[in-house]
Design a protein around this ligand. Sequence first.
Ligand SMILES: Cc1cc2nc3c(=O)[nH]c(=O)nc-3n(C[C@H](O)[C@H](O)[C@H](O)COP(=O)(O)OP(=O)(O)OC[C@H]3O[C@@H](n4cnc5c(N)ncnc54)[C@H](O)[C@@H]3O)c2cc1C
Length: 464
Amino acid sequence: MTVATRQQLGRLVETLQRTIPAGRVVTTGPGYDAARQLWNGAVASRPGVIVRCVDPSEARDAVLAAREFGVPLSVRGGGHDWAGRALSDGGLTVDLTDLRRVTVHPAAEVAEVSGGATALDVARAAEPFGLTAVTGTAGSVGMAGLTLGGGYGPLSGRFGLAVDNLLSADLVLADGSVVSVDEEREPDLFWALRGGGGNFGLVTSMRIRLHRVPTLLSGIVMYPWDQAATVLAGLADIVPGAPDELTVQFGVLPGPGGDPVVFLAPTWSGDDTAAGERELARLDTLGTPLLSQLLPTTMPEKLAAIDAQFPFGRHAEIRSRWVPALTTGVRDALHLAGSGLTSPCSAVSLHCLHGAAARVPVTRTAFGNRDPHLMVEIIALWEPGDARAADHRAWAGDLSSALEPEALPGGYPNLLGTDEVTQIAHAYGPNTERLLALKRRFDPDHVFRAIPLPFSSASEVACS
Ligand SMILES: Cc1cc2nc3c(=O)[nH]c(=O)nc-3n(C[C@H](O)[C@H](O)[C@H](O)COP(=O)(O)OP(=O)(O)OC[C@H]3O[C@@H](n4cnc5c(N)ncnc54)[C@H](O)[C@@H]3O)c2cc1C
């Protein structure tokens, strides 16, 4: 699709304003600016029109109008895609941030989640019923964006990825039709949605499985940098044998004094709290911690704490690798990157895929890698105006390159930039051909452009 002309956009706005109040079909002003603000402040895209939907039917009107006038389309949820795919530069952005209702059915242990709800919205709605959802680590991440691309999180060892907890979805397809999909209704489309991201339609609502977790033990342990080698070696022994109930996120960040630290953010979600305390104690004694706060908590508390650490508006560049284990080579690369941190905001975070998430057969959903592995998230982050932006970007690229010899092919599609062609080619593993065939069937004109898909023809790659 080409960039929309002024006339196309004018006619598009006129059409939309017939069914959606003018105040929510915005081309400029505070409402427009607010909807343009993404987590990554470096994204400069300016949509020609933003439609701020409060109702699923408005989202459908927006998809139909974009098609009618041949205007490129994007969908904005929680605004955390660092590559800025939520905004269609010069095109139409369907903003779902006001579509945030969450309804919990406690007896069924299910939540109905609107397309723009965040992880924190879901966690807060579920918590009064003693229930929790499988989310990622940050609260302001959109639940649909996280789930459709996979969704690593602190409960993944016990309950699978977020995508494994998706029961059904209502979505607007590229031709404007509205469908409900699950294992029985349009099973192919439901399969593609679970891992294929926003490439198949606009999700107005999803039903997700909730879980009863009486006590969540979690928090943070930080070790000083001179103990990094010992602590990482200790983790290399613990992580592969961790029980399902224990998911350990860990990595490197600048500590309170400015020097790098190794951080561990373990979560115990098992029913046996005493066993959890014993497991966490092992992580607390890998060296002499600078800080150790491992306590009973709630999912909303946990998510809000991460949001405070990673606020909207900083500039970001993210690189990502899948590695099979915390090998010596991976530890060396982490050590080098920590010692060479260029920004006081940057971090490296490793998410474990193990337990329940690793027992799902790889072809059951479109998510491409179910072998136990670590997803390395390399987050270069700096304040706007920082003159060393190029250094911060290079730092992320260097770590990604250093990990390459240790890495599995592919990578987590939710974090891959469109330029990571080699990784994209392998990101869906054995599911690639089926996924691409379904994209051609359900969205042959590439109306929905979301996480990257590995089309081999140049014209299709340019569109996806
Ligand atoms: C601080 C931070 C922490 C993160 N933590 C984790 C983590 O712990 N685990 C993890 O797995 N990932 C994590 N991520 C990655 C995150 O899951 C992805 O970036 C995800 O795409 C963000 O979704 P969003 O709705 O917030 O983003 P947006 O930028 O709003 O949307 C990204 C894309 O998702 C699609 N999308 C969103 N909503 C819909 C919808 N309703 N219907 C159809 N398509 C939709 C669209 O294609 C859109 O372009 C993190 C990212 C950041 C920045």
